[in-house]
Design a protein around this ligand. Structure first.
Ligand code: ATP
Length: 736
C-alpha cells in the first residue's frame, strides 16, 4: 500500500517539466550567489503547496501538483518565467554551478575559506604542496551498481541487498564524498569502486576511463582502509621508506625512492614525528591524526591516479579532520580522483567536497554537487526547520528521521489520512515512508538525467584509455630486492621481541631448573642412563613445543597487513614468505645455544666439542621443523583460537608418540611416531650421547641417524610448502 502511494506521488508532470528546465539550465552561464538564493526561494515555493480538500489522497495530491504545474507552465511561457526557471535550476539540479545558503538560515554552514585552515599546527610550517607530477587521469563512472551477499543460515540461505542501483561519477581533480548512516553501504560501495570486491553477486557497470577494472589499476589506485594497518614498532620514516622502496617503480633508484618518502613526510607535515614509532595497543606512539596521515602517505607515495579513503576522519577532532579533508582537496587539485566515505562531517568539512553521494539502506538518495544537496532536498520538500549542520540534516533524512525537518505535503497527507503504519507516535511519517519517498524522488527526478550524462565518453585519447586495460602487473622491485627489503623490515619490526626479557628468562630459567634436577648425572649406571634419557626426551619436547606455539602467530597476526599489501601488488608472496620465515631464524637459534650450554655442563652430558656440536645441530633441526608445523597450522587456519587448539592436540600427539612414554604401540597406529619430530630428535640425541655405550636404549635402536635427519629435513620443507600454499589460496578481497 505504502509503496504504491509513495511511488505514484513521486513522479508527476511538473517534475518532468523541472527536469527539462534543469537540463536547459545546464547550458546557461554560471550564476552569482544571488541566483542561487532566488532558485532556493523558487524551490521552496514549488513544494509549498498547501493541502486542501478533495477526494482520495492520491487525487488530492495530483490536483495540488497540477495546480503547481499550471503556475510553472504559465511562467515558462513568459520570458520572466524562463529566466526564473533557469535561475531556479541553478539551485536545484545537478548541472548547477553552486549555491551558498545564507548564513543566517543554516548557522553552521558558513562557506569555508582556506584562511580557516590552521597552518600546520603540529609542524608549525605552511601547508606543503602535493606532488604534481603528471598521473594518468582516471574518470570513474558507475551505473546501476548493485551488490548482494548470500547469507547462509543453518538450514536456510538468503540473499541480502547491500547496494540497490547506485549511479555516479567522479573526475580527476574532484573529491567525491560517500555519506549515509551506519550500515547504509558506504564501505561496500567504496570497496566495489576500488576493485576490492569481485563477486558474481555484483551488478551494474563500473568503468575507469570507460574501461573495466584491470590489474594495471592496482598500481594506480591508493586505498586507505578504515582501520589503520601499520607496523607498530617501525618509525614513521621507516614505514614510508619501506613503502616507497616496495611500491615505487623499479625505474627509480633506491635513493630516489627514499627521497620520495621524505617528500611525502614533508607534504603531510610529519617531520616532527618522523622518528617516532607508530605505536599500537601496547606501545605508545604517534597521535591518531598522525597515524591517519601515515596511512594516507603510504598510498599517495605511489602518486596514485585514484585515491579511495574509508572514514579518514573518524575519531579525530574537528580541526584535525578539517586538515585531512583539506589535504584530500590538495591531492585532488594535483589531478587525482578522490573518493572518500565520511560519517558525520562538520559543515566546514562538508563544504570541502565537490560531489556527494547520499546513501540510505543501500539506495541512492542523492548524487550531485555537495553544494547543491541542500537545494535539492528543499526542492523535494524537505528542509531544516531549525539551524542545522547540512551533514546532520542529510543524515537525519537518510535515517528517515524528520524531527525538525519540514516534510512535503505528500508525506503529510499520508499521515493525515490516518495510515497507522506510515505514522510514528508524534504524528510524523515513519522512517521507512520517508526513505521510500526520497528514493522515489531521486529515481523519478534525477536518476535518468545522470545516467544519460554518464553515457558521454570520457575525453581521453585511445592510448590513455588502453593503458587502463593492460593486465600487466607492475612490481616495484625485483624478487631479491623485495626479499631483502621485507627481511630488513621484519627484522626491525620484531627486534624488540628478540630481546624480550620474558622470553630469555623463560628459556634460561628452564635450563637452570633442568641443570639442577639432573645435576652432574651419571650415564654409566643403568639407572643414571635411564634418567639422562629422560632429560634428552624433555629437550626434544621443549624445543618442539616452544617453536610451534611461537610460529602459529606469524601469519594470523600479519593477515591484515599481508592482505592490504598483496591487494596492491606490493610484493610477490614468495618473497614475503621466504623473508618472513627466515628473518627470525638467526635469533631463534641463539637462545637454544645458551640453553644447551647450561644444561649440557650442569647435567654432565657427554663432553666433547663434536658431541656438543651435533647436539646443537639436532636441536636446530627440531626447532626449524617444529616452526614449519606452527607456520602451516597458522597459515591454514588463519585464526589464533582454532590454530592453538589444533597445535596443542598435534604437539601432544607427537610427544606421546615420541618413544619415551609408550614402547609397545599397536601396529595400526605405530606409524604416527614417524611424523613426530620429537621421536626423530630424541633418537638423534640418544645416538649422539650413547652410541659408544649401547646399541639399544629403552627399546629404541640406535642406528646411523640418516633416516632421522632425512625425516626432519622433509618436515622443514614440507610444512613450509604447506604454509605457503595455504597463504596462496587466502582470499584477499574485502568483505570475505
Ligand atoms: N559480507 C557481508 N555479509 C553480510 N552482511 C554484509 C556483508 N558486507 C556488508 N554487509 C552488510 O551491509 C550493510 C552495509 O555495510 P557497510 O559496511 O558497507 O556499511 P557502512 O555504511 O560503511 O557502515 P559504517 O558507517 O558503520 O562503516 C551492513 O548492514 C552490513 O552488515
Amino acid at each position: 500500500m505504502e509503496n504504491a502511494s509513495t511511488s505514484s506521488l513521486a513522479r508527476t508532470k511538473s517534475d518532468q517539466l523541472l527536469e527539462t528546465v534543469a537540463t536547459t539550465a545546464e547550458k546557461s552561464p554560471p550564476s552569482a550567489e544571488g541566483g542561487g538564493v532566488l532558485s532556493r526561494k523558487s524551490s521552496w515555493r514549488m513544494t509549498a503547496s498547501s493541502p486542501g480538500g478533495g477526494g482520495g489522497r492520491n487525487t488530492y495530491i495530483r490536483k495540488a501538483r497540477s495546480a503547481q504545474l499550471k503556475v510553472e507552465v504559465d511562467e515558462v511561457g513568459s520570458g520572466v518565467a524562463l529566466s526564473r526557471a533557469s535561475s531556479a535550476s541553478l539551485g536545484l539540479s545537478f548541472s548547477f554551478t553552486g549555491f551558498t545558503l545564507p548564513p543566517d538560515e543554516i548557522a553552521d554552514s558558513k562557506p569555508f575559506s582556506d584562511d580557516d585552515i590552521p597552518e600546520d599546527i603540529e609542524a608549525g610550517t605552511p601547508k606543503p604542496k602535493f606532488q604534481t607530477e603528471p598521473t594518468l587521469p582516471i574518470y570513474l563512472k558507475f551505473t546501476d551498481v548493485t551488490y548482494k551477499v548470500v547469507m547462509k543460515g543453518i538450514t536456510t540461505t538468503k540473499e541480502k541487498d547491500i547496494l540497490k542501483g547506485i549511479t555516479g561519477s567522479v573526475n580527476p581533480g574532484e573529491v567525491l564524498a560517500l555519506m549515509g548512516p551506519s550500515g547504509s553501504g558506504k564501505t561496500s560501495l567504496l570497496n566495489l569502486l576500488g576493485g576490492r570486491l569481485i563477486q558474481s553477486t555484483i551488478g551494474g557497470s563500473i568503468t575507469y576511463n570507460d574501461q573495466p577494472y584491470s590489474k594495471f589499476l592496482k598500481s594506480r589506485i591508493g586505498f586507505v582502509t578504515q582501520d589503520d594497518v601499520l607496523f607498530p614498532h617501525l618509525t614513521v620514516k621507516e614505514t614510508l621508506t619501506y613503502a616507497a622502496r616496495l611500491r615505487l617503480p623499479n625505474t627509480l633508484t633506491k635513493e630516489q625512492k627514499e627521497k620520495r618518502a621524505l617528500e611525502v613526510i614533508d607534504e603531510l607535515g610529519l617531520e616532527r614525528c618522523q622518528d617516532t614509532m607508530i605505536g599500537g595497543s601496547y606501545v605508545r606512539g604517534i597521535s591518531g591524526g598522525e597515524r591517519k596521515r601515515v596511512c594516507i602517505g603510504n598510498e599517495i607515495i605511489i602518486n596514485p591516479s585514484l585515491l579511495f579513503l574509508d572514514e579518514p576522519t573518524s575519531g579525530l577532532d574537528s580541526t584535525t579532520a578539517l586538515r585531512i579533508v583539506q589535504m584530500l582537496q590538495d591531492i585532488a587539485e594535483a589531478g587525482k580522483t578522490v573518493v572518500t566515505t565520511i560519517h558525520q562531517p562538520s559543515s566546514r568539512l562538508f563544504h570541502k567536497f565537490d560531489k556527494l553521494i547520499l546513501l540510505g539502506k543501500g539506495s541512492l538518495l542523492y548524487f550531485g554537487k555537495a553544494s547543491d544537496a541542500m537545494d535539492y532536498f528543499q526542492f523535494i520538500g524537505c528542509a531544516p526547520l531549525i539551524a542545522m549542520n547540512p551533514a546532520e540534516f542529510l543524515l537525519d533524512l537518510a535515517n528517515g528521521n524528520v524531527n525538525d525537518i519540514s516534510v512535503p505535503s505528500e508525506l503529510k497527507d499520508i499521515v493525515q489520512v490516518g495510515n497507522a503504519e506510515a505514522e510514528t507516535c508524534n504524528g510524523k511519517p515513519s522512517a521507512s515512508v520517508v526513505q521510500e519517498y526520497l528514493v522515489e524522488a531521486y529515481d523519478s527526478r534525477v536518476a535518468e538525467i545522470e545516467k544519460t550524462k554518464l553515457m558521454v565518453p570520457v575525453p581521453l585519447d585511445v592510448e590513455l584509455k588502453s593503458k587502463v586495460c593492460s593486465c600487466k602487473r607492475q612490481w616495484g622491485a625485483s624478487w631479491f630486492e623485495q626479499f631483502s627489503i621485507l627481511f630488513s623490515r621484519g627484522f626491525k619490526e620484531r627486534r624488540h621481541d628478540y630481546f624480550s626479557w620474558l622470553r630469555i628468562t623463560q628459556v634460561l630459567a628452564t635450563a637452570v631448573i633442568l641443570g639442577l634436577l639432573w645435576w652432574q648425572s651419571d650415564a654409566k649406571t643403568p639407572k643414571g642412563l635411564q634418567d639422562q634419557a629422560g632429560l634428552l626426551f624433555f629437550i626434544a619436547v621443549f624445543w618442539g613445543f616452544f617453536p610451534v606455539f611461537t610460529a602459529i602467530f606469524t601469519f594470523p597476526q600479519e593477515r591484515a597487513m599481508l592482505t592490504k599489501e598483496r591487494t596492491t601488488d606490493m610484493y610477490r608472496l614468495s618473497a614475503y614468505f621466504v623473508a618472513r620465515t627466515t628473518s627470525d631464524l638467526l635469533l631463534d637459534l641463539v637462545l637454544p645455544v645458551f640453553f644447551l650450554l647450561l644444561v649440557y655442563f650442569m647435567a654432565n652430558l657427554r663432553l666433547g666439542s663434536g658431541r656438543f656440536f651435533f647436539s646443537i645441530l639436532t636441536v636446530f633441526l627440531c626447532i626449524i621443523a617444529a616452526q614449519g608445523l606452527g607456520l602451516a597450522i597458522g597459515a591454514t587456519l588463519m585464526d589464533l583460537k582454532r590454530a592453538t587448539t589444533l597445535a596443542s592436540v598435534t604437539v601432544m600427539t607427537f610427544m606421546l608418540a615420541g618413544g619415551f612414554f609408550v614402547k609397545k604401540v599397536p601396529i595400526f597406529i605405530s606409524w604416527i611416531r614417524y611424523i613426530s619430530f620429537n621421536y626423530h630428535t630424541y633418537k638423534l640425541l640418544l645416538k649422539v650421547q650413547y652410541e659408544h655405550i649401547t646399541p639399544t636404549i629403552d627399546g629404541i635402536r640406535i642406528d646411523s641417524g640418516f633416516r632421522e635427519v632425512a625425516a626432519l629435513t622433509a618436515m622443514v620443507f614440507g610444512y613450509r610448502l604447506l604454509a605457503y600454499l595455504s597463504l596462496r589460496r587466502m582470499k584477499l578481497q574485502a568483505g570475505n
